[in-house]
Design a protein around this ligand. Structure first.
Ligand code: GAP
Length: 530
């Protein structure tokens, strides 16, 4: 992972936000290569999930919405992690991530100030960390009482006890932690010039709620009938307690979400018996939530193949009944095998009609839909494939990273770092290299080739340094093809006039292609094997 993070910074894929000020935890910027990669992934998702389907409509909603949306969705009350604070260092941890400790715990009932006789009756406790003696433990306790206003505290009522697997202490300093408290993950702001409780607003923690809240209007204007989906790509914000694993858990990130509205099972059943398992094939009117859930899992796994994440690089995790949100009927997570562990890229949840019902209740506006074919009214149910853009970028980067030992004609070996992106997602599609930069005819021809290709794909012109070094730079950027304009292009060998060499990043093989054939050849190669 360290190598990947370092390459990302060195080559301008991803680096810390506000780098010159030391960065800001949980926020990341995408550099020139990263921005292209991210845009390609979003474009491919949007094109295949929206434009290439007749049953999907896209929206682009605001990040700040009416705060009641978050009351209806349950985020203001339940979107929280239980947190504990260290009583000495004031560091905050997620309660479920505290390391259990076994050993001796020390307790005090309070302390009295030697000079003034002032007492503090707050009990305190320290865990005796390995290698620490009684003095070190007492030092922690004295600090605790000093912070409570005693200048020279004398510890009172000291006892010790053996504890097993205790999660009440900070493993970094042994200090007692507070009881867990719910910490809401939504980032707050105020709308308008006055900062008061009346104008609190939230930066959306998911893009989904805008889709639910605007369901009625999008359904009307798009003239789609159930089953159909609404999708959106956009920023989401969560005040994550422990942002970590590079961009994997960030505080600002992007989501690509689909809310796919389906008939309730009892309505679908009027068209025929409901399939219990994945029925395969194209959607049918008698599909209930199980068939739709299986269908979306199948579609999303197929989609990952199109961006180069093959099936065997992914795993599935079916949430257990205890893990499911109370309204969810099933949730399956699509996981990628990151270097730091196998972790979630996307969740596909069958959410019943919870969200639309809640918005109907909180807004007082009907979310009912009249189904012409079934001749009945209902609140549609929903299947939600919800993916994170930043995690997908990270997965694609991790998947592409390769180190290879290559040996040149002189027998010299070196390590080649090559990003084997699927050509469809690669930030730059073609590098264009005049063999020498001080030969005007070569440069003119190379510029001609650049002008030919540029309207169709992202090209990069590079005339600096030896050709081998230029290839290596593009290997690190993950550019799948390189076009070199040499003396044969100019007609040194008349048979080869107006041909260029086309280098394949992965095999490093070169072939000669006529300039007239270059664009169609590249366009077909860019689609890749899938
Ligand atoms: N509307 C459902 C929803 O938001 P989620 O599982 O909380 O579900 C969906 O989020 C996806 O958003 C995740 O699978 C992940 O890819 C991405 N995501 C969530 N929190 C994230 C974070 N802190 N940083 C980066 N991506 C995140």
């Amino acid at each position: 992972m360290e190598k990947i993070v370092s390459l990302c910074k060195r080559r301008g894929f991803i680096f810390q936000s506000s780098e010159i000020y030391g960065g800001i935890n949980g926020f990341w910027d995408y550099g020139p290569l990263g921005a292209e990669l991210k845009r390609n992934l979003k474009d491919i998702w949007w094109r295949s999930m929206t434009q290439e389907r007749e049953d999907m409509a896209g929206i682009d909603a605001t990040i700040i919405m009416h705060p009641k949306i978050w009351d209806a969705s349950g985020h203001t009350t339940t979107f929280a992690d239980p947190m504990v604070d260290c009583l000495l260092s004031k560091k905050r941890f997620r309660a479920d991530q505290v390391t259990p400790l076994t050993g001796t715990a020390w307790f005090w009932t309070g302390a009295v100030d030697k000079e003034s006789g002032k007492a503090c009756n707050d009990p305190f406790s320290m865990f005796q960390l390995p290698g620490k003696d009684a003095n070190a433990v007492r030092k922690g306790a004295l600090l605790f009482y000093k912070e409570r206003g005693l200048e020279e505290p004398e510890l009172q009522g000291e006892t010790t006890k053996e504890v097993t697997e205790s999660t009440q202490y900070n493993e970094e300093n042994g200090s007692l932690l507070t009881e867990p408290r719910a910490f809401n993950l939504m980032l707050k702001t105020h709308v308008g010039p006055v900062e008061s409780a009346d104008n609190v607003a939230y930066l959306r923690p998911e893009t989904a709620q805008a889709i639910f809240a605007q369901f009625k209007i999008v359904h009307e204007v798009s003239r789609k009938s159930v089953p159909f989906g609404i999708c959106q790509i956009g920023k989401a914000f969560r005040n994550e307690i422990n942002p970590r694993n590079f961009t994997f858990r960030s505080r600002e990130f992007e989501q690509m979400e689909i809310e796919y509205f389906i008939r309730p099972d009892e309505v679908a059943a009027t068209f025929g018996p409901l399939p219990e398992e994945d029925p395969g094939g194209e959607p049918q009117p008698n599909w209930g939530w199980k068939a739709w859930h299986a269908y979306w899992l199948r579609k999303r796994l197929e989609w990952y193949e199109t961006i180069g994440l093959e099936r065997d690089s992914l795993e599935l995790y079916w949430q257990t009944p205890e893990e499911l949100a109370h309204y969810a009927k099933a949730t399956v997570d699509i996981l990628y095998k990151f270097p730091f562990g196998t972790q979630e890229l996307e969740g596909i949840a069958a959410r019943g009609n919870f969200d639309l019902s809640q918005h109907q209740k909180f807004s007082g506006k009907s979310m009912e839909y009249y189904d012409e074919a079934a001749k009945t009214k209902y609140i549609p149910h929903v299947v939600e494939p919800s993916a994170g853009v930043d995690r997908m970028v990270l997965a694609v980067i991790c998947h592409a990273y390769h180190e290879e030992i290559v040996t040149d004609e002189k027998g010299k070996s070196e390590t080649r770092i090559v990003m084997k992106f699927h050509p469809r997602v690669a930030p730059i599609k073609v590098g264009i290299f005049p063999l020498l930069k001080n030969k005007p005819e070569l440069v003119a021809k190379a510029r001609e080739v650049q002008a030919l290709l540029r309207p169709h794909m992202n090209v990069f012109y590079d005339d600096a340094g030896a050709i081998g070094r230029r290839y290596r730079r593009q290997d690190e950027a993950g550019t799948p093809f390189g076009v070199t304009i040499d003396f044969d292009t100019l007609g040194e060998d008349p048979i080869l006039k107006d041909t260029v060499t086309l280098r394949d990043r992965d095999t490093m093989k070169q072939s000669r292609v006529h300039i007239n054939d270059l664009l169609p050849t590249l366009l077909s190669k860019l689609q890749g094997p899938k």
